[in-house]
Design a protein around this ligand. Structure first.
Ligand SMILES: [Zn+2]
Ligand SMILES: [Zn+2]
Length: 443
């Protein structure tokens, strides 16, 4: 039963089908924006279930678990970081769209017509193609999008390695739709388009036969994530691959794909993963002579340099040998498991914060965000084996105890609170002793 004006519920069946864009217009058309479910927020259990399924399938097929904890944790951290601004405000992709719709719309397509629904599906996917292409061809946009490409693995966790910055440029590409498509229809497809792209980040599906002609598939998107020369600047599609076929950016998967950036960043620190390329642009901007050259550093391709074509020279892209070794953390297996446990605990608070954000005092919201950021930073430091890691982790565990003490963090099962306090007190003691030893032994 639909409650008019209130956010609508998502059934289990819908939750699963949304992940594959298998929804009908009749079950995903809403008159107002307020009624549109937050499909992305509700997708976390499906993300986790599909990641577990992927692990099981690869284990059955190959007799061992694929993927690496350090890389997957970094991807999930980026996913969490990229969602945090949504706790405070509507995304810029929606606010800009609503502004144009309210002030400049040319005509009003009916929100409940299947024609509007399918046209919006095409329109959002077309907008995504051009956004994605520009995100690879314009250096300042690449500064955001490169985060998604920085994993040297390719599995479902890679899909969640999202950028904090990307949204500040992507909104521009959807603005034309606001001249005639109601925001409630746009808000549905914006989410479906994003969620569809989750399942294609996998190596467990080889080919989907004739569907490969129309849809963006795991095979097409593997090429997009490759750093082999033949993969660079190819397959930008979101849901459909037809745009790449039309605009000449399509490439089929042939030789073995080596994943990641052409110049790997070799770190698991979440802030470096998000912002390192901005710093690179900043330094390149100042050392490049001439006004027009400086302008080109920002707006031409990431591979551009004075005297080179707009997108740089393909022969400058390091050739892959197939023997590349992905950057790995030197942390012990036990420390990696500790990081996973701490990440999982943080994720429980993250989920709870999102579902109760309207009821939480602003100060609690702010302190929880600080705690989440501190947790992600600390895990990154531990994975990178940074000398500061022991101090940061001691401090973080202390902060956890204080936030619980003052009621800013609440445990879902109150009877576990004593166990949590004991566990975190042991963590404080453990990391505190290690910090002291480190101080005593000097630099
Ligand atoms: Zn991309
Ligand atoms: Zn991707």
């Amino acid at each position: 039963m639909r409650k008019p004006g209130a956010q609508q519920e998502v059934s289990l069946s819908q939750g699963v089908r949304v992940m594959f864009y298998m929804m009908k217009p009749s079950e995903a058309s809403f008159q107002t924006l307020e009624e549109v479910p937050d499909y992305v927020e509700k997708a976390t259990p499906f993300f986790i279930s599909l990641m577990v399924l992927e692990l099981i399938i690869s284990w059955i097929r190959q007799g061992k678990l694929r993927g690496r904890l350090d890389d997957a944790l970094t991807s999930l951290s980026a996913g969490v970081l990229s969602q945090l601004p949504r706790l405070f405000s509507r995304s810029i992709e929606l606010t800009s769209y609503i502004y144009i719709w309210e002030n400049y719309r040319l005509f009003n397509m009916p929100w409940d017509s299947p024609w509007t629904w399918y046209l919006t599906f095409l329109g959002v996917d077309f907008g995504y193609y051009w956004f994605h292409r520009m995100a690879h061809e314009v250096n300042i946009m690449w500064a955001g999008h490169q985060t998604h490409h920085s994993s040297e693995d390719y599995n479902l966790s890679t899909a969640l390695r999202q950028s904090v910055l990307q949204i500040y440029t992507s909104w521009i590409f959807y603005c034309p739709l606001a001249l005639f498509i109601p925001p409630s229809v746009y808000a549905v497809h914006l989410q479906f388009n994003l969620l569809y792209q989750f399942w294609i980040h996998t190596e467990v599906i080889n080919s989907l036969g004739p569907l490969e002609l129309i849809l963006n598939t795991p095979s097409h998107h593997r090429v997009h994530h490759g750093r082999n020369r033949y993969c660079i600047d190819k397959n930008y599609g979101g849901t459909l691959i037809i745009w790449d076929r039309i605009f000449g950016t399509f490439e089929a998967e042939n030789e073995k794909v080596i994943y990641g950036l052409t110049h790997p960043i070799n770190t698991f620190e979440p802030f470096k993963v998000q912002f390192h390329h901005l710093l690179y642009i900043w330094t390149t901007f100042w050392i490049t002579p001439g006004f027009f050259n400086k302008f080109s550093v920002i707006f031409k391709g990431p591979g551009w340099g004075p005297g080179k074509p707009r997108l740089g020279l393909s022969e400058e892209i390091p050739e892959v040998t197939g023997k590349e070794v992905a950057f790995s953390s030197s942390a012990s297996p036990l420390l990696k498991i500790y990081a996973v446990v701490q990440f999982a605990l943080m994720l429980v608070f993250y989920e709870e914060t999102f579902s109760n954000k309207a009821a939480l005092p602003q100060v609690t919201l702010f302190l929880r965000i600080c705690f989440i950021i501190l947790t992600l930073t600390s895990i990154g430091f531990l994975m990178d084996q940074r000398p500061q890691a022991t101090f940061v982790e001691t401090f973080r565990c202390l902060i956890f105890l204080m936030l619980c003490e003052f009621g800013h963090l609440k445990l879902l099962i109150p009877s576990f609170s004593l166990a949590f306090e004991i566990f975190f007190s042991i963590c404080v003691a453990f990391w505190g002793v290690r910090s002291m030893k480190q101080l005593a032994s000097g630099p």
